[in-house]
Design a protein around this ligand. Sequence first.
Ligand SMILES: Nc1ncnc2c1ncn2[C@@H]1O[C@H](COP(=O)(O)OP(=O)(O)OP(=O)(O)O)[C@@H](O)[C@H]1O
Ligand SMILES: [Mg+2]
Length: 370
Amino acid sequence: MNQKRPITLSIQNLSKVFHGKTERVMAVDDISFHVSEGDLFTLLGPSGCGKTTTLRCLAGFEKPSNGNIRFLGRDFTTIPPFRRNIGMVFQSYALFPHMSIFDNVAYGLRMRKIPRREIEQRVNRIIQLVELEETQKRKPSELSGGQQQRIALARALVYEPKLLLLDEPLSNLDAKLRIYMREEIRRIQQKAKVTTIYVTHDQEEALAISDQIAVMSDGKIDQIGSPDEIYEKPQTIHVADFIGQANFLTCSLVKKNEESVILRFPSNETVLLDQNKKRTSACDHSKGLLFIRPERLEVTPVLGKANSLKGQVKRVLYLGSQVRYYIQIFQQSAPQEVLVDKNRRIKDVKEGDEVALIFNEEDTGLFPLE
Ligand SMILES: Nc1ncnc2c1ncn2[C@@H]1O[C@H](COP(=O)(O)OP(=O)(O)OP(=O)(O)O)[C@@H](O)[C@H]1O
Ligand SMILES: [Mg+2]
């Protein structure tokens, strides 16, 4: 449904090279993406992959080495940072400790010489939006971490920016508060209807709050998609591995006909796969990795079914809402461990048992291996 909204932010072939004394760092390497109006678009990737640098280019704190940025139809790179009408929240949200919450939020508006009455209205409105009216007169040290984070957000939103940039805004908070605050950020972002670029290395956080996610590694974008697409249909091994849990089973591939391919596993067992049903593009290589999520595998004590793999249950881990099975397959050659997650214990299956693993073709992906 969000696809229908017009594109407001377009990044085209953006690169940023840092020239050190001895080395040259390609922090951002030819990335392109487009963000629809009012969307929350997340840059997700491991430390050092270029997320902050991309954000700093958007804000105008870094000059791109190449490429262009267009926002609301205008070439952003020609507009100085203070004219870009951007709100930002950084990792360390640094409120002014000696000022009251009200003054913290009002600070930027006062600097801009906005009339007093208007400042009061705007600050009140935004403090109400983040639901912290009762804290206005307090100092930041008299607020909890989550409340301080909400004030940092209010301080960025009070300018009514057209674009909000959030760089790991939850990294100072403990695990429980992070989950609560990410919902708050989503709520506030939706209510303010502000187009937002969100940076995180936490894949669960990205899945939970984003309209679109760009998964990055080494300065490049591997895949852009909705949370469902990224999780269900990863296009590269890196994306499949970085998001959630994944099993990768090595196999050799024999093309049977246009539609189907036979996968032969090191145990010599074979599985027939319909090319149209699996989730990645056709595979012409002779070796491959079959990808499947742990929760999409079925385990049965009944051996010998077609399109199944034999294995042995090595360990059963009871995790409360989930039971994780570690199953070893390929006994005849190098053993490989497969994870299976179920929401309850599987009947008649315990540690040491021989079992069959069954998977649905539609839940698999096939990546070529050279
Ligand atoms: N001013 C700079 N000079 C030289 N290299 C830099 C500079 N800023 C960033 N880099 C390098 O560019 C790469 C990308 O850095 P960036 O800060 O964008 O990563 P990040 O994805 O935000 O990582 P993190 O999750 O750790 O914050 C890194 O290798 C970093 O060391
Ligand atoms: Mg960073």
